[in-house]
Design a protein around this ligand. Structure first.
Ligand code: ADP
Ligand code: MG
Length: 390
């Protein structure tokens, strides 16, 4: 569905639920991380792009202090609260994302009116495409714009990214980094978002897949690992330990040529965790340079190397992700890797447009022959960041 059609559907659903037309409809895209996994909390580099699947937020202010939020997503319930009663712990479930944004905006000095909100989305939930940041960013740009209509100061996109993260960290209680919100807010059609997670400096890097005759195929394995949160925390602990042993604030500060020394200092597992971060950071820098000089067809080997590093050193892959990556490569992909936090979710493959059916077939056949549940396969392209649609 086009963004405009989704916006019209969202406005209709808003009118059906709240009995009036919305003041506007805003979009926040999901994202794919092209390369740079688990480097964010190590102060390193990431290279995500906003995708052409968005979450939409239809909004209208109210004359009182009541907030009503509803979503078209199956299984969600509408919630009604007082805007002055918002604080961490006051809301649970899906509504903690949009209401966390409202709370974080107020914490950042934006005085919000009461409002009605209806959310719709084409971003699959829990597939590693950050439906959570898509939701936060759609709501954040919409509320910030509505609040600014009264002549109140607005917030820039960096501040809105911090608002989205704060909502997720403090209201939802998920200890996530800043990458997803930056991708959703700074994305641009035909570009990837090169983010230095320490300085928060952003550079757009050309990623024009169509002109290069390529597509990005997402392979959603539909696997979710029950222990992913604990494993994530353990990976973070390993990185902190390695940085301490090496006498640096963050692993981002370890140059490649200190790896031999690191191997002497650290136990084998901690060393391999650190090696993934150090080499992955370098791969992001290499991917940016390669995209600028040679174009996307030349980054395949970096994607492959990234996957091997996550599989063997950081140990965050799983049999389904490994199979998707291997089958895609055997089917003709130029490169492939798991993307997102790991232990399930999606992998991506960079595929010549003419060969995408062969890759799909190869992946489906491989999953069938192993008796795995069939993955969901779809293509995405780099798209614009959060914006007003209607
Ligand atoms: P993802 O990888 O998709 O970001 P998360 O677990 O971080 O997975 O976020 C998914 C959660 O975000 C959902 O369980 C739900 O609470 C919320 N969410 C995302 N999109 C929507 C939506 N369209 N409507 C309601 N809630 C949503
Ligand atoms: Mg998320």
């Amino acid at each position: 569905m086009s963004a405009d059609a989704l916006a019209a559907r969202t406005a209709d659903a808003f009118a059906a639920r709240f009995g009036r037309t919305p003041a506007g409809v805003w979009a926040g895209p999901g994202r794919v991380n092209l390369i740079g996994e688990h480097t964010d909390y190590n102060g390193g580099f990431v290279l995500p792009f906003a995708i052409d699947k968005t979450t939409t937020a239809a909004l209208a202010v109210r004359g009182d202090r009541t907030v009503r939020v509803a979503s078209a997503l199956a299984g969600t319930e509408a919630v009604e609260v007082d805007v002055d009663g918002l604080r961490p712990g006051s809301v649970t479930g899906w509504a903690a994302y949009p209401l966390g944004v409202a709370w974080a905006l107020e914490q950042a000095g934006v005085r919000l009116p009461g409002f009605d909100l209806l959310v719709d989305s084409e971003v699959p939930v829990g597939a590693g495409l950050s439906s959570s940041a898509a939701l936060e960013c759609a709501v954040a740009v919409g509320l910030a714009e509505l609040a600014a209509l009264d002549g109140r100061a607005g917030l820039d996109r960096r501040a809105l990214a911090a608002v989205g993260r704060r909502a997720e960290n403090d209201m939802v209680g998920a200890p996530t980094g800043i990458m997803d919100q930056y991708a959703s807010l700074f994305g641009s059609a035909g570009s990837a978002v090169f983010l230095d997670c320490r300085s928060k400096e952003v550079q757009l890097v050309p990623l024009v897949l169509d002109a290069a005759g390529l597509v990005c195929l997402v392979m959603d394995t539909k696997v979710s690992h029950a222990h992913a949160t604990g494993d994530y925390a353990r990976r973070r602990d390993s990185c902190t330990r390695a940085a301490e042993a090496l006498g640096v604030p963050l692993l981002r500060d370890v140059p490649h040529d200190r790896l031999a020394e690191a191997q002497q200092l650290l136990d084998d597992e901690t060393f391999r965790r650190a090696r993934h971060i150090v080499t992955e950071n370098q791969r992001v820098v290499d991917a940016v340079r390669t995209l600028r000089i040679e174009g996307p067809a030349a980054i395949g080997r970096l994607l492959d190397a990234s996957h091997v590093s996550m599989r063997d050193d950081f140990e965050i892959s799983c049999p389904e992700l490994d199979l998707a990556v291997d089958a895609a490569r055997e089917g003709g992909a130029l490169g492939a890797r798991m993307t997102g936090g790991g232990f399930g979710g999606s992998a991506i493959a960079l595929v010549p447009a003419a060969g995408v059916d062969a890759v799909r077939d190869a992946v489906w056949r491989a999953f069938a022959s192993r008796g795995f549940r069939q993955p969901e396969l779809f293509t995405v392209r780099p798209a614009d960041g959060a914006r007003r649609l209607l």
